[in-house]
Design a protein around this ligand. Structure first.
Ligand code: ADP
Ligand code: MG
Length: 480
């Protein structure tokens, strides 16, 4: 029996606004507990919510970014439940009429293919506060800094069949929202949180199985692992004739298992009803078109331009468009040196290797686009061999900024001057008559091996600075 995984995702994106969705408190991360709170966040009597215009605009930007229909009239509802980090006793969310309706989001897969994911809806809501268990001995503290932070919850259809598809979707979503500037997408700070709904069915079957929901997994590696572990667990149950319980589960990376958190609640449990404190949100066509006109170039469009106009492979194009900073860096380098392929190779090769090693981002690195372009120009005009280019690159990474100055200082110029090379080659031939005779008597296959001796000697004579292509050419001519 072959089991197929069926997965649908719910991603909570923290929208990058300065103040909260219904109050003027700051949304800045990392403040001391309860420093970013005001009477509304604390649910004091007599306070009323005021909708943050910017949160609505950013939700619309997202909807347009995934080609979804925008809800012309959306509403806020109360989702009622008790928890210490939710002093009002309800969360304000959009249940009946979300701001973003159906759309299709094209996800680039590592093999260059496109995986279309159906977006079911995206709705605005407020975040809850946080229970803090380790600040006060034997007590739990409540930090309301996060309460009221604007979230956009993006819900997909159950279109995913593999963990690879899930990870590719999350990466593409991350790229999209950071391009659009609507969220910083920082997973470690909780700006992007992912719930995976997972069920199994026998391959070829139409109907979906009973699902569990894996809550708040906060890294790509854990998501892959959680999916694997939960699918194994469900498979064991199904193969031993049991039934999966619909519930919310937690992935514990240390124990490498998922654990039941609570039985699955249904909508009725929450007694959703329209929040009487907030008016419906009405968005007219003029507003939608104004926002559409201001959208930046989306990753998908950039990707297509990189392959069609700049001749990059699908693979390189999708790697370079994974974040906006890298894409813009690539464009700046490639425009200046006029060699997109080489620019891509350097950025995806040495540059990203160095960034990984030092654990920094492109913006923090000492390398600027202009100097990397200058380096490529000096390779393309024959001044630098690829080996010398590496030396220059290392110097740039260490903080030098002028390519020609580094070449000058380190005496790295390749000898591409025919006259100088000819002198070296002539001397070599005159001083090694035996090797020359051996070369001339050999067949073509053997000559290819014997020429190595001359190349080596000539390189030595030029202190490693001879242009290898020119040297080879010249040696072949003079020896035959
Ligand atoms: P709820 O209201 O209980 O959260 P939804 O119908 O809104 O449920 O679906 C939540 C998520 O679960 C969606 O992403 C959806 O694609 C996914 N989902 C629904 N049914 C299944 C299933 N049988 N297997 C896997 N995922 C599912
Ligand atoms: Mg849900």
């Amino acid at each position: 029996m072959r089991w197929e995984k069926v997965m649908g995702l719910e991603v909570h994106l923290q929208l990058a606004t300065q103040s909260k969705i219904f109050s003027s408190s700051s949304t800045t991360f990392g403040a001391d507990p309860n420093n970013h709170t005001n009477p509304l966040d604390m649910a004091l009597p007599g306070t009323l919510p005021v909708l943050n215009h910017e949160a609505v605009t950013k939700a619309i930007i997202f909807g347009l970014g995934v080609g979804a229909e925008i809800g012309k009239i959306s509403r806020f509802d109360r989702k009622n439940y008790f928890y210490p980090d939710l002093p009002k006793g309800y969360q304000i969310s959009q249940f009946f009429e979300p701001i973003v309706k159906e759309g299709v989001f094209d996800v680039p897969m590592p093999d260059g293919s496109i995986f279309p994911v159906r977006i079911l809806r995206a709705h605005l809501e407020e975040d809850a506060g946080k229970s803090v268990h380790d600040a006060i001995p034997d007590q739990t503290g409540i930090d309301l800094n996060r309460a009221g932070t604007p979230l956009l919850e993006v819900v997909t259809e159950p279109d995913f069949r593999t963990a690879d598809q899930v990870v590719a979707y999350l990466k593409a979503l991350h790229a999209l929202v950071t391009y659009l500037g609507i969220s910083d997408g920082n997973m470690a700070e909780g700006s992007m949180r992912c719930d995976v709904n997972l069920s199994l069915r026998l391959e070829g079957e139409e109907e979906y199985g009973i699902r569990t929901e894996l809550k708040n997994i906060n890294s790509f590696r854990f998501i892959e692992r959680a999916i694997y572990v939960e699918a194994e667990r469900q498979q064991d149950i199904l193969e031993s004739g049991g039934e999966v319980t619909q519930e919310t589960r937690l992935f514990d990376p240390d124990a490498d298992e998922t654990r039941s958190m609570r039985s699955k609640e249904v909508a009725n449990d929450y007694r959703y009803f329209p929040d009487p404190d907030l008016l419906p949100v009405v968005v007219d066509d003029t507003t939608i078109e104004r926002i559409r006109a201001e959208l930046p170039e989306l990753p998908a469009v950039k990707r297509a331009r990189f392959t069609d106009q700049l001749g990059l492979s699908q693979y390189d194009a999708s790697l370079l468009t994974q974040d906006r900073a890298t894409a813009e860096f690539f464009e700046a380098v490639s425009a200046r040196c006029n060699n997109p392929k080489s620019a891509a190779n350097w950025i995806l090769g040495d540059v990203s290797a160095n960034l990984n090693k030092s654990g920094t981002t492109l913006n923090e690195s000492p390398l600027v686009a202009e100097t990397l372009a200058d380096l490529i120009i000096r390779i393309d005009d024959g001044t630098l061999s690829s080996k010398m280019a590496k030396t220059v690159f290392d110097a740039l990474w260490d903080g030098s900024s002028d390519v020609d100055e580094i070449i000058e200082q380190k005496g790295l110029k390749q000898v591409s001057d025919t006259g100088a090379l000819e002198t070296i080659v002539n001397d070599l031939i005159a001083n090694n008559p035996a090797q020359v005779e051996q070369y001339r008597a050999a067949d073509e296959g053997k000559q290819k091996k014997l020429i190595g001796f001359f190349v080596g000697q000539a390189m030595k004579a030029s202190k490693g600075q001879a242009n290898p292509q020119m040297l080879n050419q010249l040696l072949k001519e003079k020896l035959s």
